[in-house]
Design a protein around this ligand. Structure first.
Ligand code: AMP
Ligand code: MG
Length: 302
């Protein structure tokens, strides 16, 4: 649906507020500590697709607006074992993504990371988080869901898993829309190939070029919900991943200094808040999932 009335806008924002509240409450109950976001840094997520960089002149030194807090999460785990953050990200995506209904140039992801965790550990956290948020919205926002004409059901756990290789064989690449369109409950895609993911997702030591990572896909064609995985943390492996991806080490020198000083082994993920709001509310366009939306390329946005 498209949001056209003030009542519908209020319903979406009320549900979004419950999503944020219940997600934080669930993670706290699981022993996580909330940290506050970093907006500016000389090191941010390189991403694997082209975006315009949010460059900021920081006292004469080039910094960037945060694309994700991946590196800061790893460093923060020296201090706290389980962290989460509602992290505003600026990713100036190509303007031709604006029509797809799921990209914003400014969005918020709930980003979390767990020291000494495996992929399975954080997948269990992801399943608990999604179910807990769906239950909370059903309990607290029945009238709002009714107004939006949305029926929501809580998935059963564990969620189904598909390997990237199997999905690619079945649907071709990229397969997000095709796979998501066939699902009737959130499902995992695991084991992405190295060639399409960032250097910090851990390569399986026993399967070269296969990563210990995952995406969660929403059903009904809503596409990707979250991405995450185990992380590389050993300096030699990180150097080799940068080299194999053709990324100059100098570009990440500040990060490599931190890695040399030691970052813990970890796994984690980031789940988009506007995307989960879009799914829960059944919205055609992600712009309707927040106030002051900035679609890629929309220079009239405020
Ligand atoms: P990533 O690790 O890049 O997959 O980002 C983590 C999550 O943030 C994704 O799974 C999405 O839910 C969300 N996300 C990423 N990029 C965007 C975007 N341009 N607009 C809205 N949400 C996004
Ligand atoms: Mg992703």
């Amino acid at each position: 649906m498209r949001v056209t009335t003030e009542k519908e806008r209020i319903a979406v924002l009320t549900i979004k507020s419950e999503i944020v509240r219940s997600a934080g409450a669930f993670l706290r109950s699981e022993g996580f500590t909330e940290i506050l976001p970093v907006l500016l840094s000389p090191i941010t997520d390189p991403l694997r697709h082209e975006t315009y960089d949010g460059k900021v002149d920081f006292y004469g030194t080039p910094y960037q607006l945060t694309k994700s807090m991946i590196f800061h999460k790893q460093i923060a785990l020296r201090t706290l074992p389980k962290i989460f953050c509602f992290s505003p990200n600026v990713r100036m995506e190509p303007a031709d993504r604006a029509g797809l209904g799921r990209y914003l140039a400014e969005f918020v992801q709930l980003d979390l990371e767990v020291r000494d965790a495996s992929r399975n550990d954080v997948m269990a956290v992801g399943e608990g988080l999604v179910c807990s948020v769906f239950n909370a919205v059903l309990d607290a926002c029945g009238d709002e869901l009714l107004l939006l004409g949305r029926t929501l059901s809580v998935p059963t756990r564990p969620f189904a898993r598909h390997s990237y290789a199997d999905a690619a064989e079945r649907f071709g690449e990229p397969f997000d829309d095709a796979l998501s369109g066939t699902l009737d409950a959130p499902s995992w895609v695991i084991d992405f190939p190295r060639r399409i993911r960032e250097f910090y997702d851990r390569e399986d030591p026993s399967r070269p070029d296969v990563l210990l990572d995952m995406d969660l896909m929403y059903p009904e064609g809503f596409g990707e919900a979250l991405s995450g995985g185990e992380r590389e943390y050993e300096p030699d492996r990180i150097h080799s991943r940068l080299d194999r991806d053709g990324i100059p080490r100098a570009k990440f020198s500040r990060y490599l200094e931190e890695v040399k000083a030691g970052v813990p082994r970890s796994a984690g993920f980031g789940i988009g808040i506007e995307r989960i709001t879009r799914f829960i509310c059944g919205l055609d366009r992600i712009e309707d999932a927040r106030l002051f939306p900035k679609a890629p390329g929309d220079c009239q946005a405020i």
